[in-house]
Design a binder for this molecule. Structure first.
Ligand SMILES: C[S@@+](CC[C@H](N)C(=O)[O-])C[C@H]1O[C@@H](n2cnc3c(N)ncnc32)[C@H](O)[C@@H]1O
Length: 138
């Protein structure tokens, strides 16, 4: 039995950064972006990474939980419009590789499944980016 010790600062964003860098990952999708703690960190620290962030950015009062993302829940504002606009603004500075999709992950996942990026040529990434612009403009 071996214990693997890696010197990574606490926090999921640093852990995922190490995975991206060590595996030289080029494309990723984050389902559930919120304020972009992980998204922003990965975009600024992994220069070769194109990242799609999917978040519905709406309260979900009918969600069976444990969370419903309504204002005040768990002490958070859940000001979805503000979070969304902030993420759009951030992404504008990384136009070619940071994309925010305002949609439910179940909808977005259908497209990502069809356009699986681990097979085929780079045309798939182009189509994905075009679809993202259409989805974001809708
Ligand atoms: C805990 S936060 C995500 C935190 C983020 N991954 C980070 O590292 O900081 C959860 C987010 O998921 C979003 N969300 C919840 N259900 C969703 C769904 N079905 N589709 C898309 N987004 C969803 C919520 O709007 C919320 O912003």
């Amino acid at each position: 039995m071996y214990e693997l010790r890696i010197n990574i600062p606490n926090g999921r964003e640093f852990f995922i950064e190490q995975i991206c860098k060590s595996q030289n990952l080029k494309v990723g999708v984050e389902l559930g972006v919120w304020k972009g703690r992980t998204f922003k960190h990965l975009i600024t620290s992994c220069e070769n990474l194109t990242l799609f962030g999917v978040d519905a950015y709406v309260a979900q009062p009918l969600n069976s939980g444990p969370e419903t993302w309504q204002p005040g829940e768990n002490g958070h504002e859940w000001d979805h419009q503000h979070y969304y606009e902030d993420m759009l603004q951030f992404s504008r500075n990384y136009r070619n590789r940071a994309f925010i999709i305002k949609d439910f992950s179940s909808n977005a996942a259908k497209f990502f499944a069809n356009e699986s990026l681990d097979r085929g040529g780079s045309g798939k990434l182009d189509r994905l980016v075009k679809w993202t612009f259409r989805a974001t403009a809708a």
